[in-house]
Design a protein around this ligand. Sequence first.
Ligand code: S3P
Length: 195
Amino acid sequence: MSAKSGKIRTQTREKAKVLRDRIDRPVVVTGMMGAGKSRIGRLLAQALGLTFIDTDSEVESAAGCTVADIFERFGEKTFREAESRAMRRALESGPCVIATGGGTLMNAGLADLVADKAFSLWLRAEPDLILARTAEQGTRPLLRADDPGAVLRDLIAQRTPVYARADAIVDVHDAPVEKTLHDVVEALHDFFFKA
Ligand code: S3P
């Protein structure tokens, strides 16, 4: 670990400690696939001492198979119904950190419910970064297409107005994860201490 990233980690931990008692609702981490929602969400939950809920993992545990298997065997509609149920349940959990799937907030009623009940944060990443990360991982059924770049651009266009309703936006670059975590904690701090 470099001296700089060590300093960022210490600052982040200190700020997270102060924040912990202020957080009175679920913190929802949203954004496109590959933006780092699950990774950052888990680290954020650890830093805050809150429970972490990942809607994709909830769906997978309930179904006993992967998201890709659900798409393949039962279709996207079945997956969307399952993720809606998982998200609605997660939002009843009180203060916690929830990482959504990239399409979760597009399900009927969920963006309004999040605006009403949660603090939401959009991890915003450039299409090239998303494409590079998802191509490397190869696990996203929606991108198993002849032209994944075109699919991605289309999804980004549909989803941006919904993501943009977030209470805070953090730009994700190809940078160490502690830098993004630091920016996320700063954004939460600004929000929960602004009043
Ligand atoms: C999806 C994103 C995935 C997963 C599913 C559909 C989407 O989650 O829910 O493959 O519609 O963008 P991640 O955003 O965690 O990759």
